[in-house]
Ligand binder design. Sequence first.
Ligand code: ZN
Ligand code: ZN
Length: 173
Amino acid sequence: MEASKFDRLEKLAEMVNDKINELFEDGEFSEIYKEIKNVAEEFNDNSAVSVEFGVNVFNSKKKNCLQTLSLALTSATNEEPYIAYGDSTPARYLVDGRIMKVPHDHCPNCWGDWGFKFKNKVCPDCGYELGKEVKVLLDSDICPNCEEGKITIQKPECDKCGFVADKTLVHWG
Ligand SMILES: [Zn+2]
Ligand SMILES: [Zn+2]
């Protein structure tokens, strides 16, 4: 989706996340946690029980959903309750010349699942291809492959994973 719309969505996600963390720290979920533990113990068969909150957008034309927040109240056996996050970090792309932003494991065109784009260069859903209709937009020096090392336009090889930011696949913004 357009980057500005995604940013707007992230604001909502942040609001929800802050509120849930506030309630969590105030102990407002303690009864629910107790019940999660009770249910998990009754199952007692390696099942994990969680209660989830998400901020999602569904597009009826694309028939796909994008998620900007996924958090779960979980309680693995004998562990203190905690909040687990399941959403993916967002990434920016140039799609047909327009700036788009989606979670990094999704297609910026059709919103379908499309992970490891530098390895699997074609979206399995819509056929858009990295280096053709889609380019990864780099606006920081964080490696888009391992998200740990650094790359720059002068030194496009990652110092951690060896990934090289090929100019046909990325666009420096
Ligand atoms: Zn696609
Ligand atoms: Zn790297």
